[in-house]
Design a protein around this ligand. Sequence first.
Ligand code: KG4
Ligand code: ZN
Length: 345
Amino acid sequence: MLILGIESSCDETGVALYDDTRGLLAHALHSQIDMHIAYGGVVPELASRDHIQRVIPLTQKVLADAQCTLEDVDALAVTTGPGLAGALLVGTAYAHALAFALNKPIIGVHHLEGHLLSPMLSNNPPQFPFIALLVSGGHTQLMRVDGVGQYQLLGETLDDAAGEAFDKTAKVLGLNYPGGPAVSKLAELGTPKKYTFGRPMLHSGNLDFSFAGLKTAVLTQAKRTQHTNADGVLSEQDKADIALAFVDATVDVLSKKALQALKQTGLMSIVVAGGVGANVQLRSRLDTLAAQHGFSVHYPELHLCTDNGAMIAFAGSLAIQQNPELLQQHDTFTVLPRCPLRNTI
Ligand code: KG4
Ligand code: ZN
């Protein structure tokens, strides 16, 4: 069965074709980062307008790359939430219009479900059950995943998401949006242990997180260092030292809580997904812990860590295999800008 997947929940338009026997046939992505950089973050109205311009050419590109036509598509899968309402509406309205015109079935996919199943598209796919560490710009969650549609929330952030903390740290240090990759790169030049920030909620006794205090620690340290410098500005080395202290604290909390989740559930396999899953320091720490404690760790391919259409087409395909009745429901549509990931099947 050939699925056309469409993702437009935030600042990336993604379209992909996934076939349940042949695998991922094609995927195409347009990132709006260059457009939003001037504003230091995503401008929702601009995001929606850009999705409108991109989604048709991207669909044409994946069809051409896979040497398919729209007639070959058996069903559509589209992100219905969570995300920016206007941005979600563009992809959803487009996908439903296509489905209606082609008389093909369509199903809605939860964005986080796309992320957490995306490592199953890699060369080293995890087996159920596993722990998922979902770390994106809007979410930081630990989940127990027993199968497609069988998700149990074990813990989540009480305030900022990990990606949000990266983005806010980047702003304080004068780096461009999105901050994650920039902070990570700068941290590589930092002096180890020059500064040390607290590890929020590390000993809370549960699997919840908090990153808002870490962002304040970054701001406080930046101001303090600035004041002690004779010229009143942060040097590049100061910025790198603060970036490293932030990355160390964030990675420490994420990886140790992930280990706690494994111990608590007795599972031996963890999947890391979402934009922050591309972070090299986090990957390296988890790989070390995995070697020490004998569990396996799985990541999506690097280019599938951030938002993309492939994970939506793939999640849609798995959901349909699990529950073919999903193909019957396609006469109305809605988007859900805020919606927890529950057992979706
Ligand atoms: O999953 P994603 O593309 O979009 C959401 O669903 O939020 O994640 C975007 C987030 C941003 O906050 C970005 O700064 C962060 O992921 N990110 C990273 C890295 N690449 C992206 N954070 C740390 N290190 C990275 N290499
Ligand atoms: Zn995402």
